[in-house]
Write a protein that binds this ligand. Structure first.
Ligand code: AP5
Length: 219
């Protein structure tokens, strides 16, 4: 089973990926997480990626394909969950080509829909664990950590992403409208797209995703 989570910034892709990956034993590719790892390196490549992420624009397809190729090589014959990839039609066609070569295919593209004002609130409140990557939100009561700045799961320190500010959000949101939203029509035509109202609690969104997956009985 192969799934894509398609959504604007802060709609909950990472949050739902964490839940889906555990329940359905999926192997999770977050291009954003891999890029942040690269950006933490002190070399020229790391600095270049850091700058792009902070500005909120998309990284070149060439770099993304390199990350994808490594991931596919390490996860042969596994069930895959793509979070933040593909981001444009070129990337979507590239993925299709790779899956076709393996006689594999996509099963679901979940479009997480949330209004812009809610996204802004989510983005400024997001905190991430340095150690295990768990996600929190200090603007949302049910998603606050029990102890300020400490991860409930592993006790690691929480940090705020350097692109989690209103200015970078505006650019990321524009990039989504300009380049990524074309994928909605693209996957709709392929009858793979499921619209998910994702302004509900994370548990309710997860419940909806699980019901769709189980109804289709691909597992
Ligand atoms: P990426 O890391 O993918 O960023 P993004 O798409 O902007 O998405 P986010 O990670 O901000 O949000 P999310 O949807 O995962 O939400 P989350 O679950 O964290 O990419 C970063 C950058 O890398 C891009 O800007 C680009 O430069 C580059 N990049 C990445 N992939 C690329 C590609 N394929 N091609 C080119 N460039 C690429 O939730 C957000 C917050 O809301 C959290 O605090 C969470 O706790 C909270 N929350 C989640 N669900 C709920 C809920 N139901 N109710 C209330 N709060 C919730």
């Amino acid at each position: 089973m192969n799934i894509i989570l398609l959504a604007p910034p802060a709609a909950g892709k990472g949050t739902q990926a964490e839940l889906l990956e555990k329940k359905y034993h999926l192997h999770h590719l977050s291009t954003g997480d891999l890029l942040r790892k690269s950006a933490s390196r002190e070399d020229d490549f790391g600095k270049k990626i850091k700058n792009i992420l902070e500005n909120g624009v998309l990284v070149s397809d060439e770099i993304i394909f390199q990350l994808l190729d490594n991931f596919m090589e390490e996860n042969k014959n596994k069930n895959l969950l793509f979070d933040g990839f593909p981001r444009n039609i070129h990337q979507a066609k590239h993925l299709e080509k790779i899956l076709n070569k393996k006689n594999d295919k996509l099963n679901f593209v979940f479009l997480l829909e949330v209004e812009k004002e809610i996204l802004k609130k989510r983005i400024t409140g997001r905190r991430c664990c340095k150690q295990c990557g768990s996600l929190y939100n200090i603007n949302i009561e049910s998603l606050k950590p029990k102890i300020e700045s400490i991860c409930d799961q592993c006790g690691g320190n929480l940090f705020q992403r350097s692109d989690d500010n209103e200015q970078s959000f505006e650019t990321r949101y524009e990039e989504y409208l300009d380049k990524t939203s074309a994928l909605i029509d693209y996957y709709q035509k392929k009858q793979l797209l499921y619209h998910i109202q994702a302004d509900k609690s994370k548990e309710d969104v997860f419940q909806e995703l699980s019901e769709i997956i189980e109804k289709e009985r691909v597992l």
